[in-house]
Write a new protein. Sequence first.
Length: 101
Amino acid sequence: MFARIYRPARTAMQSGRGKTRSWILEFEPESPREVEPFMGWTSSRDTLQQVSLTFSTKAEAIAYARAHKIPHRVFEPRDRSAKRKSYSDNFAYNRREPWTH
């Protein structure tokens, strides 16, 4: 039983940073998923894959894992690199790509 502590990345369907400020503790799978031959459903005997705990800070998540003696790994989030762009750059003469509609 091993746990991952991380901060989730934003989904591809949103432009904002909603639901990315909390820290999540999830357990790594201990057994592989199996395909049930009759119906074709995917199943697993590992019930800890269904557990996902949410914490407001990284320190709370680490303290919880240590209090319950859960071995864990912390994955630090990557810093977001903001690319400053101006609307007027779309009409600049020195564009790398020609302006087309």
